[in-house]
Ligand binder design. Structure first.
Ligand code: TZP
Ligand code: MG
Length: 210
């Protein structure tokens, strides 16, 4: 599970970035992403620093959405970039060889191009209709994961599925070949994000029935 802490979605539900990160970590999340599309850089940096601070004792990985500079200064583990952000090779200049770098893709062509980039994982989406982000792409479904998986595997890239994923849909996405599911809204859907993260981890590790 990649638990994404999105500034706008968190604020809408009355969560501070720190409290939401703490809840996800308490639920057992080991992979967090901090995302702030509209906030000022200084605020985003402070938020990233806070999440890194909280995640370190838990041994969790933290990546920053879009901003390799903020990831670097916050000593995060890496960055997640989209098709129109800094190219992965440029992000790597800032973050170095060992950083985790993810790249969003939405088509088979983009997956084909992504596997040749200096990235750690290919993000594929939107899986389903997402309320969080108007991606401009039709939902691609687990089918695109299944189609792209062989190329990602051959290139040694991980696969993270994103977009409209819910607890009940997560297993189908993993079964299609994804290594992880990245989730924003559904983690907040019950009002208990700690329990929701635990439910995902239980479900994905096959520890719970159904
Ligand atoms: N990229 C593609 S869909 C998406 C991003 C960042 C948003 C995912 O949010 P949600 O709420 O899990 O659909
Ligand atoms: Mg982006």
């Amino acid at each position: 599970l990649c638990a994404i802490i999105d500034a706008e979605v968190a604020a809408r539900d009355g969560w501070t970035i720190g409290d939401l990160a703490s809840a996800y970590l308490a639920g057992g999340a080991k992979f967090l992403q901090v995302r702030a599309k509209r906030e000022a850089g200084g605020w985003f940096l402070e938020s990233a620093v806070r999440v890194v601070q909280l995640a370190r004792p838990a041994g969790a990985t933290v990546i920053v959405n879009d901003r390799a500079d903020i990831a670097k200064i916050a000593a995060a583990d890496g960055v997640h970039v989209g098709q129109h952000d800094l190219p992965p090779a440029a992000a790597r200049v800032i973050l170095g060889d060992t950083a985790m770098i993810g790249l969003s893709t939405h088509t088979t062509d983009q997956i084909g191009a992504a596997v040749a980039q200096p990235i750690s994982y290919v993000a594929i989406g939107p899986m389903f209709g997402s309320a969080t982000k108007a991606t401009g792409y039709q939902p691609v479904g687990p089918e695109l994961v299944a189609r792209g998986a062989p190329r990602c595997r051959a290139a040694g890239k991980g696969i993270v599925a994103i977009g409209g994923i819910t607890l009940d849909l997560a297993e189908s996405v993993i079964q299609s070949g994804a290594d992880a599911v990245a989730v924003i809204s559904d983690l907040l859907s019950t009002g208990n994000p700690e329990a929701r993260v635990r439910a995902y981890l239980d479900r994905l590790s096959g520890r719970s029935a159904s």
